[in-house]
Design a binder for this molecule. Structure first.
Ligand code: FES
Ligand SMILES: [Fe+2]
Length: 345
């Protein structure tokens, strides 16, 4: 049984990563090649030539088609053969590479894993801050050598900021503020409200105002593997609350964890914000800072994954701080089971 949901949309890449040149990326254990056609729409195909399985991503683009670099088999964007290696051979249209449904939304290219007739773009997770007017969004990508669920655990429990990110966004109050975890359908929310604290360096710079602040963090898990974190600070007395908080600076940390294999993942991260949205310099600096913060997580998670492998007789323990991750894992497991039962029915 795989650790991920098969019939689901996963982020395959930033829209800017996919162009006319082939991009190779393994999604949920399936090697895929992505490229844009002349009309800019995206093709996703199994990254293995139907002949001798050379990766098609090594091949040459010809119009909307791709020609294998080994013996020259040419496949159309539908994956079907257009020319055999020997040009005099009749084209056998049964020779084909599998293709996958793709969609572009929220600045990402999404690919549907599993039964292709079930690929409905309406099922793409609602990463609304990435494409809502009044907000701006940018971010980056890290391949990380860990089970994608370790990153979900990490993002659903921000007490780790105190130690992992002590120089940027961490602060001791994170350990003192009570956390609340609740499940709503297939979503999990972990909320934390920190009234009257000193703004940590990252947020003090964004707010550009001295004095104590109210700080919040609201982590939201969405199937199959997204976490949105509503974060920010507002000056004390400005009237911000857990429910409504646009009085100061507000950001939405956007995280999508796409499994590559059982022990590796693609991490697409970014920050959407509703302040200084026209300031490209701010966006670039913010992205660089955030990249530094997530590189700290990457180091921890890869070490954690190695330790899990090195200690097969030990199990992960869960304390109260882990409830968000535990709930998210339960929702993933439940969804996988439901899909399997549906497939057997
Ligand atoms: S391996 Fe691709 S044409 Fe032979
Ligand atoms: Fe972190």
């Amino acid at each position: 049984m795989s650790t991920w949901l098969n019939n689901a949309w996963y982020v395959a890449g930033w829209d800017s990563e996919v162009d006319s040149a082939p991009l190779a990326r393994t999604i949920c254990g399936v090697p895929m090649v992505f490229y844009r056609k002349l009309d800019r729409s995206v093709v996703a195909m199994r990254d293995a030539c139907p002949h001798r399985l050379l990766p098609l991503s090594m091949g040459l683009r010809e119009g909307d088609s791709i020609r294998c670099k080994y013996h020259g088999l040419k496949l159309g964007p539908d994956g079907v053969a257009e020319e055999m290696p020997l040009r005099t051979d009749t084209v056998n249209r049964k020779v084909c590479a599998e293709t996958y449904a793709v969609a572009e939304r929220h600045r990402f290219v999404w690919v549907w894993i599993g039964e292709q007739d079930k690929a409905d773009p309406a099922l793409i997770p609602d990463l609304w801050p990435c494409s809502t007017p009044g907000w701006t969004f940018d971010g980056g990508y890290y391949p990380i050598a860990c089970d994608y669920r370790l990153m979900i655990d990490n993002l659903m429990d921000l007490t780790h900021e105190t130690y992992v990110h002590s120089g940027s966004i961490g602060q001791p109050e994170l350990m003192e503020a009570p956390i609340n975890t609740r499940v709503e359908g297939d979503q999990v929310f972990v909320t934390r409200w920190m009234p009257g604290v000193d703004a940590p360096p990252f947020w003090a710079g964004a707010l550009k105002q001295a004095g104590p602040v109210d700080r919040w963090q609201i982590c939201q898990f969405l199937l199959p593997s997204a976490v949105l974190i509503d974060v920010g600070v507002a000056p004390v007395g400005a009237g911000a609350s857990l429910e409504s908080h646009d009085q100061g600076v507000r950001g939405m940390v956007v995280d999508f964890m796409t499994p590559e294999s059982e022990g590796t993942m693609h991490y697409f991260w970014g920050m959407a914000r509703n302040f200084e949205i026209g300031d490209a310099g701010f966006t670039a600096r913010f992205k660089a800072q955030q990249g530094g913060v997530f590189a700290e997580d990457r180091e921890i998670l890869e070490a954690q994954q190695r330790a899990i492998a090195a200690n097969p007789d030990l199990r992960l323990a869960a304390y109260q701080i882990d409830e968000g991750g535990v709930r998210a894992r339960q929702i993933i497991a439940r969804a996988i089971k439901a899909q399997q039962q549906e497939a057997q029915a």
